[in-house]
Design a protein around this ligand. Structure first.
Ligand code: GDP
Length: 451
């Protein structure tokens, strides 16, 4: 394998930058550019030790650095690796990298170090993917989940499932080959049990996926209501600062304004839309269309009504539209005399607030947290798969469901075998044991250079 190198820290000014050189010959390459202040050259250093010295080009010092040597197989990639910590200026780091490339290294592709680790058997594909999730983690729960996967929990879970399925396939093969023998441990019940076990575990992974996505991406939330009911004021209240223009003239919010509201681990992606009504002009008409679209697409709708006004036709239309959506109903302007007719609003999720005074706004926060209660994380049960892993789980689940109906419907053993084998294939693609080169390349292409 050739030697590859890259700057692993962001290309920005910072205290330190880290340059990684990896592959057979990386330590010898380091000998050529590093001059230690103490006695040892990199090739004389033991693994997991570091040395202070200078990077020298044409007899001139480029920078004072700390150099760490990792010897195969005890490195991230499993290959010989040298890491150079230099000063964090973009120029310095780039010059050192250039010197390394001039001495024969190739620039590393995005994710190449992690890909080498995978190809070298240092980690499974799910573990490699979790490295990216750790880098991208936006909160404690996402990080915890990514860490669990990095520690191999998802891999282990998939292994448990595939081991059971492999054993079931073994039984099926034995029956086919020796139909008249009474082989111990091979009864139809045990195959059915294995399939049920696999289905239950995969369903759990898929359930967790949904929770994970909420954590990673936040909840797409639309604030909906007629003009002037106080949507913008409420949004500003929830966010704690002024964002959209609040005026007394109806129809001022014309675009969809998006903001992120954080409630502990929960993130709502809030959009304040143009009020829903018949628009006065073309620009507003576009805004109203967007608002309707948002209402139909959002995962959560916060419907706002003006409590100081009787319920209108439009209000009822909104109530009708949100019935089957995840929603909360906010009756705003509780500081004014109540005129709204509540008997039309028969709902468990009603909250009375005054966006102007802030009264009751805290209740909205509490309600939202309760609605999306994520529960405690950490015991290994919450493994938030990524999109690739999810779609393979969905396929495996569908094959297993077919296997179950084949068993129950008295189909041939061959039919059952084919279904279980297909499910197993999906699972092995998930863990990387049977992933195609294209899949592997795709996974790593989404990494950053230097990881
Ligand atoms: P939007 O069109 O639904 O976004 O409504 P705005 O947030 O622009 O508010 C319209 C008007 O209602 C403004 O004059 C706000 O000051 C007023 N308003 C908003 N919330 C309250 C409230 O809780 N009480 C009272 N009295 N007025 C409010």
């Amino acid at each position: 394998m050739s030697v590859v190198a890259a700057i692993s820290t962001p290309l920005a000014v910072g205290g330190l930058a880290l340059i990684r050189i990896c592959g057979d010959g990386s330590i010898q390459l380091a000998d050529k550019i590093f001059s230690p202040y103490a006695k040892n050259l990199p090739s004389q250093m033991a693994g997991h030790t570091c040395a202070y010295g200078r990077i020298v080009r044409d007899g001139q010092t480029l920078d004072d650095v700390v150099l760490t040597v990792f010897r195969a197989p005890h490195s991230y990639t499993g290959f010989d690796t040298v890491e150079i910590s230099c000063h964090g200026g973009v120029y310095v780091a780039k010059e050192i990298l250039r010197l390394i490339l001039d001495n024969g290294a190739e620039p590393a592709e995005p994710g190449e170090f992690t890909k080498l680790a995978f190809l070298n058997g240092k980690m499974s594909l799910t573990q490699a993917e979790s490295v990216m999730d750790i880098i991208g983690a936006s909160g404690e729960a996402t990080l915890k989940s990514a860490r669990l996967i990095k520690d191999g929990a998802l891999y282990q879970s998939i292994r448990d499932i595939s081991d059971r399925l492999t054993a079931a396939l073994g039984s099926l093969a034995a029956w086919t080959d020796y139909p008249d023998e009474d082989l111990p441990g091979t009864d139809p019940g045990s195959v059915r049990e294995a399939v049920e076990f696999a289905l239950q575990r995969i369903s759990q992974i898929l359930d967790d996926y949904d929770r994970g996505r909420i954590l990673r991406e936040g909840i797409d939330t639309a604030i909906i209501g007629k003009p002037n009911v106080g949507k913008s004021t409420l949004m500003n209240r929830l966010l704690g600062y002024r964002r959209s223009i609040v005026t007394t003239a109806a129809g001022t919010t014309r675009d969809v304004i998006e903001e992120e509201l954080r409630l502990g681990e929960l993130r709502l992606r809030l959009s304040d839309t143009a009020g829903i009504r018949d628009a006065a002009d073309e620009a507003e008409a576009m805004g109203v269309d967007l608002a309707r679209k948002k209402l139909d697409e959002a995962e959560l709708v916060i419907a706002v009504f003006d409590g100081s006004e009787p319920l209108s036709e439009t209000d009822r239309d909104i109530l009708e539209r949100i019935k089957n959506r995840r929603h909360i109903i906010v009756i705003n302007k509780s500081d004014l005399p109540e005129k709204i007719d509540l008997k039309y609003i028969n709902d468990d999720n009603i909250l009375f607030v005054s966006a102007n005074t802030g009264d009751g706004v805290e209740k909205i926060r509490e309600k939202l947290i309760e609605m999306f209660k994520l529960g405690g994380l950490g015991e290994g049960s919450h493994l938030f798969a990524n999109e690739r892993q999810r779609s393979l789980c969905v396929k495996a689940k569908s094959f297993l469901t077919q296997a179950l109906s084949a068993i129950d419907g008295g189909f041939t053993l061959d039919a059952v075998t084919v279904c279980i084998d297909s499910a197993l294939n999906e699972l092995l693609a998930l863990s990387g044991e049977r992933a195609t080169e294209a899949v592997v390349n795709d996974v790593f292409s989404r990494f950053c250079v230097g990881k």
